[in-house]
Write a protein that binds this ligand. Structure first.
Ligand SMILES: C[S@@+](CC[C@H](N)C(=O)[O-])C[C@H]1O[C@@H](n2cnc3c(N)ncnc32)[C@H](O)[C@@H]1O
Length: 464
């Protein structure tokens, strides 16, 4: 058997774009590894080489970086959700800013007039309005538990997927990501279902009643719970949901789905409203939103306002513009800008989200906003609408090449590109720059303690 190689005294020098740390040996060999922060010195066990880069795992910490801070969460080592909790927030922001700038330099290869500094979050804990927890009969065991000879047998657990695992779930007692009553509801549901012998999901055998639970909270004090069961066991479902209402009478929306499928996705399932409203209400700035259980909504409400204000600032509306908001979700950006422009049209794939968008327009007395359901790639063309400004906020994959080409044919004066993935944004900007000048770029931290980055860019149509 080949001897495993340990590389000693590797300096951790940087963070790569998916949050892995980059180590460099004295000879200049680069190794990607999970866990340490820049400034740490570590010994690394070398694993395979992938895409020309060595991967490794930490064997020992030789010295610690002065940028380290003590993580607040007890689950930090195992959970992986907030993997930068041990790096000072100031440094987190510096590395995120650097990553955006690197992506623009390396992939977009573009000169930008104003590279503005990243805007950090005021709230670095309890900043999410939505969390999804999974039920499983396989608890993720710590190294210590694995080393002990104890048989942990079937271990019912409600929490988050262990990093890279589809079936093992890390037990969560307290999560610092979502405000009260999220922790209380999760722990109550776990205790009630264990005490009453509810079977938990087995991701390998596809058995077990309890599958997932989504909790949404809003800055207006509302709470939505959506539980996914594998089959319609009416007595058990009612017993649990009634117990939740009794213990948490302030929940404003209690729903469930029956998901007999192998995968966890809910977009194709009917949501059954068991108690309260079917939607949850949220507010960004002056605009109120109702959000139905399956609709996308920015998960950090406070920073969404910061993000949208940057987009508005970049767009610099004069009041007479026709605006297109691609990937509009429940019309969040379209409605946020509607009162500042002549008209706005939002396009979105999920029909429920567009139904919400239309209700949201009415709710806010907005009559210059229209919405279309469908894939942007299929709907967008250069015939039906001539916008002055296009705002895009696509998912991580960025824009389809056809969408970029159609946008260039439509050739609006300005494009405001909001992205949750600087690499795909830079790739798209590399195409757009043939017709557009890249004026401004500013990142916003919507997800403290994680590697996720949101970035806003302004492009203006080049003359001639
Ligand atoms: C990052 S979210 C942005 C939502 C919205 N702009 C906001 O700020 O809340 C991306 C949205 O694009 C939608 N989407 C994904 N692929 C799409 C496609 N091919 N065509 C239209 N919409 C799509 C998703 O359903 C989601 O609502």
């Amino acid at each position: 058997m080949r001897k495993k190689k340990i590389v000693e005294d590797v300096a951790i020098v940087d963070i790569a774009d998916r949050g892995k740390s980059i180590g460099k040996t004295a000879e200049g060999k680069v190794i990607f590894v999970n866990g340490p922060v820049p400034g740490d010195i570590v010994d690394i066990l070398l694993l395979r080489k992938r895409k020309g880069v060595f991967q490794g795992v930490i064997k020992e910490y030789k010295s610690y970086s002065e940028d380290r801070v003590a993580p607040v969460c007890d689950h930090f080592e195992n959970c992986g959700g907030c993997k930068w909790q041990h790096l000072s927030y100031k440094k987190q922001l510096e590395y995120k800013d650097k990553q955006v700038k690197e992506a623009l330099r390396r992939i977009a290869k573009v000169e930008i007039e104003e590279l503005l500094p990243i805007v950090g979050g005021e709230k670095t804990e309890y900043y999410r309005n939505k969390l999804e927890f999974s039920f499983s009969n396989k608890r993720w065991l710590t190294d210590e538990e694995i080393r002990s000879d104890k048989d942990f047998g079937e271990t019912k657990v409600l929490g988050f997927h262990a990093p890279g695992s589809f079936d093992k779930i890390v037990a969560v007692e307290h999560c610092y990501l979502q405000d009260s009553p999220s922790n209380e509801i999760r722990n109550f549901v776990r205790d009630f279902t264990i005490e009453n012998d509810f079977e938990y999901w087995d991701a390998r055998k596809h058995t077990g009643l309890m599958r997932n639970m989504v909790i949404r909270t809003s800055s207006l004090g509302q709470t939505m719970v959506l539980i996914s069961f594998s089959r319609d066991e009416k007595d058990k479902i009612s017993a649990l949901l009634d117990a939740i209402i009794k213990r948490f009478p302030d929940i404003t929306s209690l729903n469930y789905v029956i998901n007999p499928k192998v995968n966890d996705t809910m977009w194709d399932l009917d949501v059954i409203n068991y108690f309260g409203e079917k939607d949850i209400k949220e507010k960004i700035g002056d605009v109120e939103f109702i959000i139905s259980p399956k609709s996308f909504f920015q998960t950090n409400t406070f920073q969404s306002k910061v993000l949208y204000d940057i987009a508005v600032d970049f767009a610099d509306f004069k009041g007479d513009e026709n605006v297109l908001d691609l990937y509009t979700g429940i019309g969040s950006i379209a409605l946020y800008v509607a009162k500042k422009v002549k008209s706005v049209l939002g396009i979105e794939l999920v029909p429920e989200a567009i139904a919400d968008a239309k209700i949201n327009a009415k709710l806010n007395g907005i009559d210059n906003a229209a919405f279309l359901v469908g894939d942007v790639k299929d709907i967008l063309n250069d015939k039906f609408y001539k916008p002055d400004i296009i705002i895009v906020d696509p998912p991580r994959a960025g824009l389809h090449k056809d969408v970029v080409e159609t946008m260039m044919r439509i050739s609006p004066q300005k494009i405001v590109y909001i992205s949750c993935n600087p690499s795909t944004q830079a790739r798209d900007v590399a195409l757009l720059k043939t017709k557009y000048n890249v004026i401004k770029s500013q990142a916003v931290d919507m997800f403290p303690h994680t590697h996720h980055i949101e970035n806003v860019m302004l492009l203006t149509l080049a003359e001639g």
